[in-house]
Design a protein around this ligand. Structure first.
Ligand code: PMP
Length: 362
């Protein structure tokens, strides 16, 4: 028995894996694996349509939004978003974590090739991103293309729970690490994107949810970069990540069976509270996040405040079956990623292990 605390690719629901296993060699009587099905045949068409329908239901996605299943990871969206939305305009970025910084950095690179102006609304990098950037809506030019935020900072363990005032400018959200784990209102966003490999499915698929009015005609944009063309072709402009979409569909069904996104968020709150309560109760472990109301439900970094102890913790934890609990290489320490499919018992077992380690090493 192992508990997988990886930040992504990460733990998937066993029910979904078992279903995939049962269907692996013969999908729905086709005599083939999903991996072998043509993406234009009736079986795969039914899969992708069902995946979209279920995701729409789970996130209450309004009809005036398109749902795209793409490739290239969330990182490709750092370029696609400005390419599609920002030409000739200003675009604001909030840098509350490493991925927010990456999004801004990619936008700055792109601005040397196409005319638009990326502007940072602030960064907490000099404080190791230990809290979220606060900004005033009056700083934002109301003609701007968008304000880009990272909803959950996977590495640093902070989350935006209250969406910011953007002075009426469209909000773009990188929801990679808390999509389906916290119930955001889709209509508050102009565009949402998320890599699948945390709360959705295997790596290789990226979800983009984009409001129709942003899909304007862009003759010169390459087709694979153009949301409008990808949407017109229902994510089938080229060969999509078929097996990833199938697995994601199984996970969407699982989330639905768990009671939906609100129910998932409640479970995630209970799981994370158990760990935070323990961390708060002892001097031995420390959380780097300074504001309790910004602490993530999904990614919980902590440390013993001493590299030797942290390394020992990680090694002993690994031997005890607590896998991938090492923090991101950029910050060190430990990180427990408690995504939707991570069980409550796993957090209880981790807290027991942490208590024992504290007794032996304090
Ligand atoms: N944004 C966030 C918030 C992430 O956590 C990650 C991946 N950990 C990325 C972007 C990059 O995603 P990908 O590896 O799918 O490009």
């Amino acid at each position: 028995m192992v508990y997988n605390f990886a930040a992504g690719p990460s733990v998937l629901p066993q029910e979904a894996l078992l279903k995939a296993q049962a269907e692996l060699l013969d999908y729905a009587g086709s005599g083939m694996s999903v991996m072998e099905l043509t993406h234009r045949g009736k079986e795969f068409t039914a899969i992708i349509e069902h995946a979209e329908e279920t995701l729409r239901e789970l996130m209450h996605i309004p009809d005036n939004y398109q749902v795209l299943f793409l490739q290239g990871g969330a990182s490709t969206q750092f370029t696609m978003v400005p390419l599609n939305l920002a030409v000739g305009k200003k675009a604001y970025y909030v840098e509350s974590g490493s991925f927010g910084k990456k999004a801004f950095t990619e936008a700055v690179k792109l601005s040397h090739f196409i005319p638009f102006e990326p502007i940072s609304l602030g960064s907490t990098e000099s404080q190791n991103y230990n809290h979220l950037v606060q900004f005033d809506a009056s700083e934002i030019d109301s003609d701007a293309a968008y304000v880009h935020v990272t909803l959950n900072n996977t590495i640093e363990g902070t989350t935006i729970y209250e969406l910011p005032d953007t002075n009426g400018v469209p909000l773009v959200g990188d929801m990679s690490s808390d999509i389906l784990a916290f119930d955001y209102e889709v209509e508050k966003f102009a565009l949402i994107y998320a890599g699948a490999q945390k709360n959705i499915g295997p790596a290789g698929m990226t979800v983009v949810i984009v409001r129709n009015d942003l899909l304007t005609d862009k003759e010169i944009l390459s087709s694979m970069m153009d949301y409008r063309i990808l949407a017109k072709n229902h994510s089938l402009y080229n060969t999509p990540p078929t097996f990833g979409i199938y697995m994601s569909d199984l996970v969407f069904e699982w989330v639905k069976a768990q009671g939906g996104v609100k129910a998932m968020a409640e479970k995630n709150l209970k799981k994370s509270a158990l760990l935070y309560e323990y961390i708060d109760s002892t001097e031995f472990y420390k959380s780097p996040v300074i504001n309790k109301n910004e602490r993530s439900l999904c990614n919980i970094p902590f440390s013993c405040g001493d590299k030797v102890k942290d390394d020992k913790f990680i090694e002993q934890a690994d031997r005890a079956g607590f896998k991938n609990i090492k923090g991101h290489r950029s910050v060190g320490g430990m990180r427990a990623s408690l995504y939707n499919a991570f069980p409550f018992e796993g957090v209880e077992a981790l807290v027991d292990f942490m208590k024992k380690f504290e007794e032996e090493n304090d």
